[in-house]
Design a protein around this ligand. Structure first.
Ligand SMILES: *[C@@H]1O[C@H](CO)[C@@H](O)[C@H](O)[C@H]1NC(C)=O
Ligand SMILES: *[C@@H]1O[C@H](CO)[C@@H](O)[C@H](O)[C@H]1NC(C)=O
Ligand SMILES: *[C@@H]1O[C@H](CO)[C@@H](O)[C@H](O)[C@H]1NC(C)=O
Ligand SMILES: *[C@@H]1O[C@H](CO)[C@@H](O)[C@H](O)[C@H]1NC(C)=O
Length: 505
């Protein structure tokens, strides 16, 4: 009798602690829909979406995007079916929405409802577009116009646009370089891009972008790209002009003379030696090295007394024409010291210097060496250039970036100077054969820094980050709750039992 009582009490306690100590609230669990590699469901595919209830007796229903209940009729293309699945406590119903042989119209928000609980899921069905009858490569002649065409078919109906180097092409510039048009035919939409007055720069990749969007489902779209390569045919052009190029070399040096012309198709090259009286001697193909995808033809020549002064001709040709460029091999001479160094422009921390010579220069320049000396005290009074010894304390800069100012020498910039200061500068020239003597010193000044230049970068003070609210008061977990409940239960129940037993006795 006593034992039976104990067993009943324990079994009851166990039952209470596992089930029904606290009624489980009704709830719905709906996992997001995934589509594998794509971000949509392909037309014709199948999809099941399960909506789980948390309570055993919960009634669940699916509502389609049109607001209709999805029937429990497995013979329908779209139907729902009830399953029992393992849930938090025992088994709970799950209503599985199944879409077979999906069509584009199935796209939309499906609602899983239970009483006044509701969870939404969006489904995206697309018949991805395909490019039909679209040529991947086209060519056209310089100066002409060309129309690129791209046809795409799909559901939803694709919208076509064109882009180049990541930028969408529009036809609202004037003068019109591009004209855009869209046509519709049995093959679907056809996008036409007309490029007028073709130039070499128009060569390249044009992307036809097909965008499929559902008007009612924003995040349901699909973009596909088809690249069309346009080749503009044009005769070879020497980008540095047709002028004769001077090539300097030291005695017995092996020099590479590089000939490179732009053109499409890629030009082929021939090299000649001009042996006077308009007679040319052609070099053997084996003596010419082709570099960088055949865009450079290099002739290697030993520079010596018999080749100095020699003229060489490079001929670049393709189907659309030929261009010639002459090269003359010259003995490299030591640079001559400049006639004059003058200030051509200045800022608060730099000066632009212009270096000139008497007559044309007959040597290449690889660098300018500059010595500069800051004038202390009243600069206007010091008109006499410093002595050679003074330059021993000067700063030095080696400048390899300079501009050819055609007939007026060369221009370069000397940077890192002090504001509103005067300097004595002198310049010498360097090349492979040696260095020139120093130029006569010149006096140059930097300017006062203007407000614009000194625009201070205002440091924005970031407000102190708000102290994080301590979130450690976590609600007790279910396990802990039941654990404590169980322990207290045993205690209470055994206490009650003891009482009861006394009464039984
Ligand atoms: C679910 O979608 C319907 C309409 O599509 C909307 O009225 C409802 O508010 C949505 N419910 C939730 C929980 O987002
Ligand atoms: C199309 O060309 C662009 C470069 O313009 C490239 O980034 C992209 O991967 C190409 N796309 C395809 C589908 O070939
Ligand atoms: C110059 O070099 C070429 C090729 O090495 C050689 O044939 C020629 O005799 C040389 N001429 C002189 C003047 O050294
Ligand atoms: C260079 O020469 C080609 C033909 O040899 C000619 O068509 C072209 O106009 C010339 N270019 C310049 C800039 O003189």
């Amino acid at each position: 009798m006593k034992w039976l009582f104990y067993v009943i009490v324990l079994v009851y306690m166990f039952y209470r602690s596992v089930y029904g100590l606290k009624p489980v609230e009704n709830g719905l669990i709906l996992d997001p829909v995934t589509y594998g590699d794509d971000d949509f469901l392909k037309v014709g595919a199948h999809k099941s979406i399960s909506c789980k209830a948390t309570n055993r007796n919960q009634k669940v229903e699916w509502i389609d995007p049109n607001g209709k209940y999805v029937k429990h009729l497995p013979t329908n293309r779209v139907f729902s079916q009830e399953h029992f699945v393992a849930a938090m406590r025992g088994r709970a119903p799950a209503l599985v929405l199944t879409i077979t042989n999906a069509v584009v119209k199935d796209t939309g928000v499906y609602r899983c409802r239970s009483g006044n609980l509701e969870k939404n899921v969006s489904l995206c069905v697309v018949d991805p577009s395909d490019f039909v009858d679209t040529q991947p490569e086209v060519s056209a002649d310089l100066g002409r116009s060309i129309t690129l065409s791209c046809q795409a078919k799909g559901d939803p109906e694709p919208r076509l646009l064109w882009s180049r180097n990541g930028e969408t092409i529009t036809d609202d510039e004037t003068p019109a370089k591009y004209r855009l048009m869209t046509k519709y035919n049995i093959q679907g939409f056809e996008g036409l891009l007309t490029i007028t007055s073709l130039e070499p720069e128009d060569s390249g990749i044009y992307s036809c972008v097909s965008i499929q969007e559902h008007p009612q489902a924003e995040d349901c779209s699909h973009t596909k790209i088809f690249n069309i390569t346009l080749n503009v045919n044009y005769p070879p052009i020497f980008e540095d002009g047709n002028d004769t190029k001077l090539v300097y070399a030291k005695e017995n040096q092996l020099v590479d003379i590089i000939c490179s012309a732009a053109g499409f198709p890629t030009p082929t090259y021939r090299w000649f030696k001009d042996i006077g009286d308009e007679v040319l001697y052609e070099f053997d193909k084996k003596q010419i090295k082709l570099l960088e995808d055949d865009t450079q033809a290099v002739l290697s020549i030993k520079a010596n007394q018999s080749t100095f002064g020699q003229r060489f001709k490079c001929q670049a040709s393709n189907d659309h024409g030929a261009s010639d460029k002459y090269f003359v091999l010259l003995k490299i001479e030591t640079p001559v010291s400049p006639k004059d160094v003058s200030l051509s422009d200045s800022s608060y921390d730099s000066v632009q210097l212009q270096v000139t010579w008497y007559g044309e220069i007959q040597f290449p320049i690889s660098a300018f060496i500059v010595e500069y000396l800051k004038v202390s005290g009243d600069a206007t009074r010091k008109t006499i250039a410093p002595k050679e010894a003074a330059f021993k304390r000067s700063d030095e800069a080696i400048i390899t970036k300079f501009e050819d100012a055609e007939d007026s020498g060369f221009i370069f910039e000397l940077e890192g100077l002090d504001e509103d200061s005067t300097y004595w500068v002198r310049v010498k020239v360097q090349n492979d054969a040696g260095e020139s003597l120093w130029s006569t010193p010149a006096k140059v000044s930097t300017t006062v820094q203007s407000v614009d230049d000194s625009e201070e970068t205002t440091t924005v003070e970031t407000p102190d980050a708000e102290p994080e609210t301590a979130g450690d008061e976590e609600p007790m977990s279910d396990g802990a709750f039941y654990g404590i409940f169980f322990a207290v239960g045993i205690f209470v129940v055994s206490f009650v039992c003891m009482f009861a037993m006394r009464m039984v006795k």
